[in-house]
Design a protein around this ligand. Structure first.
Ligand code: WQD
Length: 340
C-alpha cells in the first residue's frame, strides 16, 4: 500500500521510511531538502535495497504537491512531517514557523480531500503541553499556553485536524513526539542539523567530534534534581516504529475513533547533565561544557506517560539511553568520514 510522507528525507522521516518499507508499505516521499541532503535517499536504498519514489518539492507548493497525488492515485494515507522544528529558532522567526507549519498542513489536507485520501498521521510534539502542571503528562491533560511559536504551530495543527475529522471524510492519528535522538544502527541515517545545532544531542556529538569547542548548557538553576532541564529522550527508530503502528491502525483496524492522540516517549525524564554524562561514559569521550543563561521557550521539565500508545497502538519504546548516545556518536563519525 502506498503511503505519502512529507518531510520524508528528514531525521524522523527517513527512519520512518525504512521502517515502513520493512513492514511492506510503499512510501512516496515529498521533501524540499531544507533539512536534509540527497545522500539520505541513497542511504535508504543501501539499508532497504530499494529507492522509494521521491519528489523534491516544498510541501507548501500546492500545484506541485497536487501532481504527486495525481501521479499516485492509490495513496492510502499520508504521514505529515514537513515542518520547521527548532524551539529556540522559532522564538526568533515566529512568522516563518506559522507560515511553513500551517500552510504545509493546509495544503496537504486540501489535496487529501480533493483526491479522497482519508487517513493522516500527524507529527505533533510534546511542546503542545507547554509547562505541564503535573508529570508525567497524559493525552487527556489540558494543553497549557505554548512556550514557543513552534509549540503554538503544533497546537493549532492539532486543532485543525480535530475539527476537520469531525466531518468524517478524514481519520487522523496525532503522535506527540517527545525528544527524538539517536540514529540508525547502520550509521547511514541520522540528524542533519543546519548550521549550528539547536538541539542538544547534535551539539553534543559535534562537540565530541571537535566541530564545536564546547557545549553551553542553557541554565542550571531550574528546580530539577541537578538544576538542568528534564526531557523524555526517545530513540528515533522507536519513534519511527510508532508511525508504522499508527498506519497499521488507520488502514487495518475497523471502527477506530476519527481523531486519536498518543504520547510517543519513553516515560523517563532525563536531565541535560545526565544526557551529557551518559554520552561521556558510553562513548568514553569528555564533553567540555560551560553553563549559560536559560533559553527562551524552554519548559523546565517534561516527560510522558505512554500507557495509551502501549495499550492501543501496541507500541513501546525498546531502545535505551546508551543506544541513543552510541548511535548518535556513530552517525557523527560517519558524517566526519564522509567529509574527509
Ligand atoms: C533540550 C534541552 C535545552 C542545546 C525538541 C525539538 C522539538 C520537539 C521537542 C519534536 C533544553 C538544552 C539544548 C544546547 C542545551 N521535537 N540544550 N544546550 O527544546 O526540548 O525540543 O524536542 O517535535 O522539535 O526542538 O529539545 O534538544 O533543543 O533541548 O542546554 O546546545 O537541552 O535548553 O533544556 P527541545 P532541545
Amino acid at each position: 500500500m502506498k503511503i505519502l510522507i512529507t518531510g520524508g528525507l528528514g531525521f524522523i522521516g527517513s527512519h520512518t521510511i525504512v521502517e515502513l518499507m520493512q513492514a511492506g508499505y510503499e512510501p512516496i516521499i515529498i521533501d524540499d531538502l531544507s533539512n536534509s541532503e540527497p545522500f539520505m535517499l541513497d542511504n535508504i536504498q543501501k539499508i532497504t535495497g530499494q529507492k522509494p519514489k521521491c519528489y523534491l518539492y516544498d510541501a507548501c507548493d500546492k500545484d506541485r504537491v497536487r501532481n504527486v497525488f495525481a501521479e499516485n492515485t492509490d495513496i492510502k494515507a499520508v504521514i505529515h512531517f514537513a515542518a520547521k522544528k527548532a524551539v529556540g529558532e522559532s522564538m526568533k522567526q515566529p512568522l516563518a514557523y506559522y507560515r511553513t507549519n500551517l500552510v504545509s498542513l493546509l495544503t496537504v489536507l486540501d489535496l487529501m480531500q480533493e483526491f479522497k485520501v482519508g487517513n493522516i498521521v500527524f507529527a505533533s510534539s510534546a511542546t503542545v503541553y507547554g509547562e505541564p502542571e503535573k508529570l508525567p503528562v497524559t493525552e487527556e491533560m489540558p494543553l497549557q499556553k505554548s512556550l514557543s511559536s513552534y509549540g503554538s504551530t503544533k497546537q493549532m495543527a492539532e486543532d485543525i485536524l480535530e475539527k476537520t475529522t469531525a466531518n468524517h471524510w478524514l481519520k487522523a492519528i496525532l503522535l506527540r513526539f517527545f525528544n527524538p535522538v539517536g540514529a540508525h544502527h547502520t550509521a547511514l541515517l541520522g540528524e542533519l542539523p543546519n548550521g549550528v545545532p539547536n538541539n542538544l544531542m547534535p551539539y553534543v556529538t559535534q562537540t565530541a567530534s571537535g566541530i564545536r569547542k564546547e557545549l553551553t548548557i542553557n541554565g542550571n538553576d531550574y528546580s530539577t534534581p541537578d538544576g538542568t532541564c528534564v526531557r523524555d529522550y526517545i530513540h528515533v527508530v522507536d519513534l519511527a516504529k510508532a508511525h508504522v503502528k499508527a498506519i497499521d491502525r488507520l488502514l487495518k483496524t475497523a471502527e477506530t475513533p476519527v481523531c486519536e492522540v498518543f504520547n510517543i516517549g519513553t516515560g523517563a525524564g532525563i536531565s541535560v547533565l545526565e544526557m551529557v554524562e551518559t554520552f561521556e561514559k558510553v562513548n568514553n569521550i569528555k564533553i567540555p561544557y560551560r553553563v549559560g543563561p536559560r533559553r527562551a521557550g524552554d519548559a523546565e521539565s517534561i516527560y510522558a506517560s505512554c500507557e495509551k500508545a502501549n495499550k492501543i497502538l501496541g507500541w513501546k519504546a525498546e531502545l535505551s539511553l546508551a543506544d541513543m548516545v552510541r548511535d548518535s556518536w556513530n552517525w557523527e563519525k560517519y558524517l566526519k568520514d564522509r567529509k574527509e
